[in-house]
Structure formats: structure tokens, C-alpha cells
Design a protein around this ligand. Structure first.
Ligand SMILES: [Zn+2]
Length: 83
């Protein structure tokens, strides 16, 4: 699906893989994988997914917009276009 550069709410740079771009089959069941931006293009990118931000400790599912939108797509523009 996508490889997205994003930031945690604290400003830490992360990269989010979704769908077919998830690096490791372990994370396919979640449908997404989050890594530190500095680990992109390294071996490490294949073997972990951040459950919590390495900087602030917030859950990535709550603090990284790409992950929030992935998990809660109906929240996007929920009221957009309402009369
Ligand atoms: Zn953070």
C-alpha cells in the first residue's frame, strides 16, 4: 500500500509501512509496521515494529497520524460534506 514518512506527536521521525509494504510477515496481521526513520534502508527495518515511540513512549497507534488513520479510517473527514 504505502511507505509513509511521518512524525510522532513529539516530533520523532518515523516511517510507516502499510499493506504489501510491511517488511516482515510478523506484522502483516496488524497491517502496518512502524520504524525509526534512521533505520530505513537498514537490516533492522525488517525485524521490528515500534509499539511505542522510542522518544516519548506514546503508543504509535495513538501518536503517529498515519497509524491512527490506518486503524480508524472512518475518522477521516467524518463530517466532511455533511449538510
Ligand atoms: Zn514520540
Amino acid at each position: 500500500m504505502a511507505i509513509t514518512n511521518d512524525n510522532c506527536s513529539c516530533g520523532a521521525k518515523v516511517v510507516v509501512f502499510t499493506g504489501d509494504d510491511v517488511k516482515h510477515t510478523s506484522f502483516l496481521c496488524d497491517g502496518f509496521q512502524v520504524i525509526c526513520a534512521e533505520d530505513l534502508n537498514t537490516e533492522k527495518a525488517n525485524y521490528y515494529s515500534l509499539f511505542r515511540c522510542s522518544e516519548c513512549g506514546e503508543p504509535t497507534a495513538e501518536a503517529v497520524p498515519t497509524v491512527v488513520n490506518f486503524l480508524h479510517p472512518t475518522f477521516i473527514g467524518k463530517n466532511h460534506g455533511d449538510a
